[in-house]
Write a protein that binds this ligand. Structure first.
Ligand SMILES: C[S@@+](CC[C@H](N)C(=O)[O-])C[C@H]1O[C@@H](n2cnc3c(N)ncnc32)[C@H](O)[C@@H]1O
Length: 533
């Protein structure tokens, strides 16, 4: 039993902690609550009357709950969750603790466990008319459903011109597995047939850094500062969160990847608790190598960023997408919405097919792609590269076309020459797509110029056929979409052809570029933006 002075001291500690908590001095309030909790627990271990034990237990529960709230404000989520669980041990239906735990779990994207907490809190009469709580409850229901079903619709936000902040999304992992890859190390594979445009992953960056673009490019100093800030954010996070750190350590450092373990995709689900076994200091050299190999920038050929102004540039790390290998004939694209990366199929995929991004521009000749692959430290051996290596070795005419481009020769004549050569060499449809993708700059300039089309239009294939073969070979691309869209507009103004059918084709291509996350009115908005690019 506590003496009167002891009780008074306990009372003082509690008042002090509460005051600091109200003043939002989180660190100090955590300290004060910790003292109170230790003392209170001690008193509870002594013989007590029933009523004072009840009083002490009530105070202990509130103190643990408030300390959890303070810790969560400092993003110390694991420790905050422990406090919530301790508080719920004292009172399993404590409303504030259930709400606090639900909010923390929601921040950690552990939607179904969060939903369970909110459901329990809903039984308390305090839930009625509590707008703050009801807001979290609605949000949690929405996210839990999105992360289970993958049903995402950004149409309103897009067609209203991206108002306010980017929408918050839920993480989602579709029908995929991580397996050994024939390309290199591990890769991500689909386990079911998936059609073009379908959503495959929504992943939140574990850390992101953005910088304003001065002019079109980022100067080297800004890039360095940005990279340093990004690395600092990752280091801070791995120090705080062991699960994130364990997952980062599974990523490649490049080079020889044959011996790497193949992690279970379930480890990357937000609900997974993690192994919690690595508590040694972080190996900084390894961490930097991992960031070097796996970080992605928003500005990339296989990415589109949805936001109002494209005057900033971001770098981030998204864990599961880091297992996606490169191909010059890729089958997925990514869409950036705030800190979320959305991966969707850019063409129809068969079960067991490996997902591949283009790390660098697939719409350029082999020689340029080889140069870019050196920067990435890889040597691509995809079907397209193998085919082009063979053909370039034997056919000097292709070299002549490349030289023609450098010399600024008439682009239409070069397209004509390439098409004639491909007929002579009896190149099959798929491979024609590879070659046309490699010389896309020639095709786009030719089809985009009235003068060129007057001269060469009758002697080269129609744009439709070229678009079909290029997208079949390398998946859809916004530059291809742009040319096709412009052509359709011209045709519509001249009212030749079947406008509906042609517009349907533009929408199909747009779904392959942006994903099916949009309804037609939003797609129209994206097509406008694509044209203005
Ligand atoms: C983002 S990781 C991709 C996943 C990686 N394969 C793994 O096992 O973790 C990038 C690294 O994968 C390898 N890689 C990706 N695409 C490749 C390709 N087409 N050819 C050779 N290596 C590739 C390279 O080592 C590259 O540094």
């Amino acid at each position: 039993m506590a003496t009167a002075p002891e009780e008074e001291y306990l009372q003082q500690l509690r008042s002090r902690a509460t005051e600091l908590f109200i003043r939002e001095e989180w660190n100090h309030s955590i300290e004060a609550y910790s003292q109170f909790i230790t003392l209170c627990t001690h008193h509870l271990s002594l013989p007590q009357s029933h009523s004072s034990s009840l009083k002490l237990r009530k105070s202990l529960c509130i103190a643990l709950c408030n300390r959890a709230e303070a810790k969560s404000r400092l993003r110390e989520f694991n420790s905050a969750l422990q406090d919530c669980d301790d508080a719920l041990q004292v009172d399993g239906s404590h409303f504030k603790t259930l709400v606090c735990k639900g909010k923390i779990l929601l921040s950690l994207s552990r939607y179904s466990t969060a939903l369970h907490c909110f459901k329990m809190a809903l039984l308390d009469p305090q839930a009625n008319g509590n707008d703050d709580f009801l807001g979290f409850w609605q949000k949690c229901r929405k996210f839990e459903s999105l992360s289970r079903t993958g049903f995402l619709d950004l149409s309103d936000w897009v067609s209203n011109g991206f108002p306010g902040k980017a929408p918050e999304l839920a993480e989602y992992i579709g029908d995929v597995q991580i397996r050994k890859s024939e390309i290199s190390g591990r890769g991500v594979f689909v386990t079911k047939d998936i059609d073009a445009g379908s959503l495959i992953l929504i992943t939140k960056a574990i850390a992101m850094e953005r910088s304003l673009l001065a002019g079109k490019d980022l100067c080297e100093d800004t890039q360095l500062v940005m990279w340093k800030n990004f690395v600092d954010k990752v280091i801070e996070l791995v120090r705080k969160c062991h699960k994130t750190r364990d997952l980062i350590e599974k990523l490649s450092i490049g080079g020889k990847e044959d011996e790497l373990d193949v992690p279970d995709v379930d480890l990357f689900r937000p609900e997974s608790i993690g192994e919690m076994n690595s508590r040694e200091e972080i190996d900084m050299v390894k961490l930097l190598a991992i960031l070097d190999v796996n970080s992605l920038t928003e500005e990339a050929v296989s990415a589109n960023v949805l936001r109002k102004n494209n005057d900033c540039y971001g770098v981030g790390l998204w864990l599961l997408p880091s297992f996606i290998n490169h191909s010059c004939s890729p089958n997925v694209r990514r869409l950036h919405v705030g800190d979320y990366l959305i991966v969707h199929a850019s063409r129809d995929l068969k079960a067991d097919e490996e997902l591949t991004f283009a790390y660098y521009d697939p719409l350029c000749p082999l020689s340029k792609r080889r140069d870019m692959s050196v920067t990435w430290g890889i040597q691509c051996r995809c079907k397209r590269c193998k085919f082009e290596v063979d053909i370039l070795y034997y056919k000097k005419e292709l070299k002549e076309i490349e030289i023609g481009i450098e010399k600024g020769m008439d682009v239409g004549s070069l397209v004509y020459k390439l098409e004639e050569q491909m007929k002579r060499w009896k190149i099959r449809a798929k491979e024609k797509g590879y070659m046309r993708a490699s010389f896309w700059s020639l095709y786009s300039e030719t089809y985009g110029s009235e003068k060129c089309m007057k001269k060469w239009g009758r002697r080269i294939p129609i744009l439709d056929a070229v678009v079909d073969s290029v997208t079949d070979a390398v998946g859809s691309d916004h530059r291809v979409l742009k040319i096709l869209n412009e052509e359709m507009k011209k045709k519509a103004s001249g009212s030749s052809g079947d406008g509906n059918l042609e517009m349907e084709k533009v929408f199909r291509l747009a779904r392959e570029v942006y994903g099916k996350v949009m309804k037609k009115h939003a797609m129209r908005k994206l097509l406008e933006l694509c044209n203005a690019d």
